[in-house]
Write a protein of this length. Structure first.
Length: 242
């Protein structure tokens, strides 16, 4: 499986698996299926002559939603449409940050070339020949399509506490946020796939520096990161139950 290396703002390199053409095609077909019931309703209304003005307005509204569907979904569903979410793929920014609205907008505008004028041929050829599997819109916007489903299940990585009696090892984890812990989990996932010890070491060092803590001598960097995620999960769960 082809991968892409993204350098995050925390100066950590994360390898992602690039979404395959099959997954992208399936996602697109699923997105089209979302609109099938809406078009059927419109044709039923038209066949039953339920007011010409009302039917026309209905088709216009559905058409507008169809045109802006990808842009709206990616902006509010963190780089995914319904089809992409089902297919477990998403759009990311090559700079490691969440894509901005401007990036989503640019890749959406260039759909005219990728899928409109060329009938999808430009997107297909571009995705095949570019190193990161990008269509023209992705190249211009600095984005790429990746797989979101890790080879190792999160339950095996997070090590969530089994009961409320668990006592966190590092209470300083309350200085972290969901994005920080998600990045740590991604580092753990990438280590299980690549065996890159430096990835774990760098993440552990930066986490210790950020929290101002040191790990026990008998705790290696991998166990330290797993403990950080476990502690954060426990503290977050306790906060939500209050």
């Amino acid at each position: 499986m082809q991968t892409i290396k993204v350098h995050t703002t925390q100066n950590i390199d994360i390898d992602y698996e690039i979404a395959g053409l099959g997954e992208r095609i399936v996602a697109k077909l699923l997105d089209y299926l979302v609109f099938v019931p809406l078009w059927i309703i419109g044709f039923v209304l038209a066949a039953n002559r339920v007011g010409d003005v009302g039917v026309s307005a209905y088709f216009i509204i559905v058409a507008v939603i169809f045109v802006f569907y990808d842009l709206i979904c990616e902006q509010f569903l963190n780089g995914q449409s319904i089809g992409k979410r089902i297919s477990k793929i998403k759009v990311i920014s090559l700079n490691g940050n969440r894509p901005t609205f401007g990036q989503y907008l640019l890749r959406w505008l260039l759909r005219l070339i990728d899928f409109g004028i060329t009938g999808g041929l430009a997107a297909l050829v571009s995705a095949i020949v570019t190193e990161n599997g990008q269509r023209i819109g992705d190249i211009a916007a600095g984005t790429a399509m990746i797989r979101t489903q890790p080879r190792t299940k999160m339950d095996n990585l997070v090590f969530r506490p089994s009961d409320d009696s668990y006592i966190p090892v590092f209470k300083e984890v309350n200085q972290l946020n969901d994005q920080d812990v998600a990045l740590i989990a991604e580092v753990i996932q990438n280590y299980t796939r690549t065996g890159n010890n430096m990835l774990v070491f760098n993440m552990a060092q930066r986490t210790k520096e950020h929290l101002g803590i040191a790990s026990p001598r008998d705790m290696n960097d991998m166990v330290f990161l797993q403990t950080i995620v476990k502690d954060y999960s426990h503290i977050s769960a306790q906060a939500e139950s209050l």
